[in-house]
Design a protein around this ligand. Structure first.
Ligand code: THG
Length: 797
């Protein structure tokens, strides 16, 4: 029976950890587990067999890191490693009933703009692996331990476009309920099921107890089977050994609880062995499980770190649109996006929930600019985007580049339009706006518009797009030209909402083209539309009157329960003329460096710094503008208001500013901004240096001199560097449970050779207790914390 059919009526039990089993069998520090597929196949086959004997019905190939980035330097061809790994799994299975999942873990490098790897490069690396898997007849592709939604998307697309194998994809979450790069369970679920995976869920990082509330969230939103592979808790350091803190009884008990809640695929990650899988399997014998069924059908769109549920009125900002904006037109034609980015920031600050992005102009390479705009906007703003174009090429480029679930604006009732656009919407898991017009144009009568809406919805469903992802736009006409038709739109809107129960969209500002006092017409029209069931008005959020109308409507429609927002906003606020307010807000938005940094406007940091240097000394700029901006951003990060992508974006912006400032300093040769020297290293045996690199960027931002020794650094080299540089602080990172031991060894040597140097440590599996147990002075839970540690330490000196 193929895996997809099996999954319909059965619980799938995965194996436990490969790494833990290898360690128990003597895997040495720094050895690559994947190489053993070739060098010691019997060992790998033996482990697979132990899991099959324990009763799992799917095993995972030993290919977690078998990608060309990580295997570079292993001495073996990556494809050969993958082929052998699959052979080993097949050899262990023999003729027993057991599926084989081809494993793909993260690449170990961050994708642009957070890192330097291009999205297409990541895609191609995954594609190479998928091709091997597809050729060899495994039963599915397992993409696991992902922490970056964008990387997961690259892997899923690679699997989808180069094989027809089922795709399972799971991410790793931290205690705060987000992945390392800020993805939430809802966002993951929304994006993965949009991309058409066969199963999704959570693995690694946390123990079953901490995963439990997160998986319940996933189950609430998922329409596809949900899967869990927990760690055996966080590793603990006991008498020189790494041990995990979850007893087997808890692991099994939670296993049952997961199945009770509706999980369909279960197994173990770090720390688990065949003993755990056997116990789990036995406890699940005869258990009654739930059918896979979505509990709720919600309309959700999202960026990488923010989900917006359309459960009432949500505001779509209209301003990234060259219509009527000379400045925007000119800069777009030159390929510049600075105005687009400013429009994005202003609209979000004014309260937009979603941003429409339209860059269509005669003589422009729309697909190219659209992709660029999507990339740039999503690097500084977490508001979900709406791709405004009717050209399939433009839409596809944008959807591919978008890190989240976008809205496509738009398709219409014409068969050609639907045939071209709807498959793209389905493939990339977007939502779509259907315009009630077709090849005959916009029908006059209300009835005909409704018929077209029904046709679009029907066709969308045929393509496998969910009803809640279809939004209908009955099209606003301009009162100046087609006065008698304005009310038809309002009527059609009401009937469509009532009859089809879909969300509705309107470009509200269209109504007032060519007439004076446009805001008055806009808000009056808007008010009527809202009363008739408009849920997604496309408006100008910088127009205060129109925003006031929405706030008022939310009170009347009981969307603003107990009028809390309304009261908070309007009580005791002296009402000013809205034009004055608009002017005011524009005036305050002078482009100073502080604002540029907190908004992550990388491209503008250089010129702003040069401008500032005309009136301020370099050190004053660091003190008055840069450090306060970094502190502000750091504070928002700590509060969970922004996430890693935004933090990095701001840090990169500061880098640009620093380049200018350093240049000036070196020319003057007098002042210095060195706050002290810090040595950083990812310890021996560990090649995961993403976290260390972020720490480096941030420390440099704060004016520290960083000596970066790189990754997989021998103990002696760390000690040597500290001795030579006389650095009072060293930072060590290790991602894996296996390499924390190596961290301890490094600390031991440092204590012996450079006892005066303080040591801070960080990494995914570390905890405060663990850090202390291996003899560190400080535990840095994230990059921001490492800055605080450095500041405290160097202030004392
Ligand atoms: N339905 C859907 N999408 C749409 C529309 C729609 N997208 C485009 C448009 N209509 C909605 N967006 C706008 C954007 C700008 C204006 C009106 C609608 C506008 N611009 C001013 C002008 O042209 O004079 C310029 C404003 C300025 O300079 O500040 O009015 O109906 N699905």
């Amino acid at each position: 029976m193929d895996l997809r059919s099996f999954l319909k009526d059965n619980i799938l039990i995965f194996d436990g950890a490969m790494g833990t089993m290898l360690q128990n069998r003597g895997l040495k520090l720094g050895e690559l587990p994947e190489v053993l597929n070739i060098e010691n196949p019997d060992l790998i086959i033996d482990i697979h067999r132990a899991y099959i004997n324990a009763g799992c019905n799917i095993i995972t190939t030993n290919t977690f890191g078998a990608n060309s980035l990580k295997m570079n330097g292993s001495g073996y061809d990556t494809k050969l490693i993958a082929e052998r790994a699959i052979k080993n799994a097949e050899a262990a299975r023999e003729d027993k009933f057991c599926y084989i999942a081809y494993d793909m873990g993260p690449l170990g490098e961050l994708i642009e703009p957070m890192g330097t790897l291009r999205f297409d490069e990541a895609y191609n690396i995954f594609k190479d692996q998928v091709e091997v898997a597809a050729r060899s007849g495994v039963d599915c592709i397992l993409i696991e331990t992902m922490t970056d939604l964008y990387e997961a998307k690259a892997a899923i697309l690679a699997a989808k476009e180069n094989s027809s194998l089922p795709i399972f994809c799971t991410m790793s979450f931290e205690k705060d309920g987000r992945t390392f790069t800020g993805c939430s369970p809802i966002t993951m679920t929304t994006v993965f099921q949009g991309l058409g995976v066969d199963a999704l869920g959570i693995n690694c990082s946390l123990g079953p107890k901490d995963i439990y509330p997160l998986i319940k969230e996933v189950l609430r939103y998922s329409k596809v089977p949900v899967m869990v592979q927990p760690n055996l808790g966080l590793p603990k350091f006991i008498e020189g050994n790494t041990e995990f803190d979850v007893p087997i009884t808890d692991f099994v008990e939670y296993g049952k609880k997961f199945i009770d809640e509706g999980v369909r695929i279960i197994g173990g990650c770090c720390g688990t062995t065949d003993i755990h899988i056997k116990a789990l399997k036995e406890s699940l014998e005869g258990i009654i499980f739930r059918a896979v069924k979505p509990s709720i059908n919600k309309s959700i769109v999202c960026s990488a770190t923010k989900s917006v549920e359309v459960n009432g009125v949500k505001i779509i900002g209209e301003r990234i649109n060259p219509t009527g904006k000379k400045f925007l037109k000119e800069s777009l034609l030159q390929g510049k996006l600075d105005h687009v980015l400013k429009e994005a920031i202003n609209q979000v600050e004014a309260g937009a929930d979603i941003l429409d992005v339209n860059v269509g102009l005669p003589g422009i390479d729309e697909a190219f600019i659209m992709e660029k705009a999507v990339r740039e906007i999503q690097s500084i703003i977490d508001t979900p985007l709406q791709i405004d174009s009717n050209k399939p090429k433009v839409i596809e480029r944008a959807l591919r580049a978008y890190n989240g679930k976008a809205i496509v604006n738009s398709v219409n009732g014409d068969e050609d339009s639907m045939k071209a656009i709807l498959p793209l919407v389905k493939k990339y898991g977007a939502a779509v706006i259907g315009l009630t017009l077709d090849h005959n144009g916009l029908p006059k009568t209300v009835e005909e518009r409704i018929k077209i809406a029904e046709r679009i919805l029907e066709r969308a469903l045929e393509y496998g797009i969910a009803k809640e992802d279809v939004y209908i736009d009955c099209l606003t006409l301009t009162a100046a030209a087609q006065q008698k038709d304005v009310m038809y739109t309002v009527k059609a809107l009401g009937i469509i909402r009532e009859k089809l129960k879909v969300n509705t969209v309107l470009g509200v500002s269209n109504v007032s083209f060519g007439l004076p006092n446009r805001p008055l017409l806009n808000k009056t029209f808007l008010s009527g539309c809202l009363m008739n069931g408009l849920t997604l008005p496309i408006i100008n959020p910088l127009d205060e009157e129109i925003m006031d109308t929405i706030k008022a409507y939310k009170v009347l429609a009981m969307e603003d329960v107990e009028s809390k927002d309304y009261v908070a906003h309007y009580s005791n606020i002296p009402k000013r003329n809205s034009i004055e307010k608009l002017e005011d807000s524009r005036k305050h938005k002078d482009e100073n460096l502080f604002k540029i940094i907190i908004n992550g406007l990388r491209l503008e940091a250089k010129s702003a710094s040069l401008e500032l240097l005309k009136t301020k000394s370099p050190l004053t700029i660091v003190e008055e503008d840069i450090i306060p901006a970094l502190d502000y951003v750091g504070c928002k990060y700590e509060k969970g208001e922004i996430f890693l992508p935004q933090l990095i974006q701001c840090a990169e912006t500061v880098k640009e500013a620093f380049d200018i400032i350093k240049e000036k300093l070196s020319r003057e040769g007098s002042e210095t901004i060195c706050n002290g020297t810090i040595v950083l290293a990812t310890v021996k045996g560990d090649i995961h240096d993403i976290g260390k690199n972020i720490v480096k960027t941030l420390l440099e931002n704060y004016g520290f001199k960083v000596i970066d020794l790189g990754k997989n650094v021998p103990y002696e080299e760390v000690a040597e560097a500290v001795r030579n540089s006389k650095a009072p602080l060293v930072g060590l990172s290790a991602l894996m449970t296996t390499t924390v031991k190596s961290m301890e060894e490094t600390i031991k040597l440092l204590r012996k050779t450079v006892p005066q140097c303080k040591i801070m440590v960080g990494g995914a599996v570390l905890t405060e207790d663990y850090a202390m147990a291996i003899g560190a002075d400080f535990y840095a839970k994230d990059a921001k914390e490492s800055v605080r540690i450095a500041q405290t330490l160097f202030n004392k000196i």
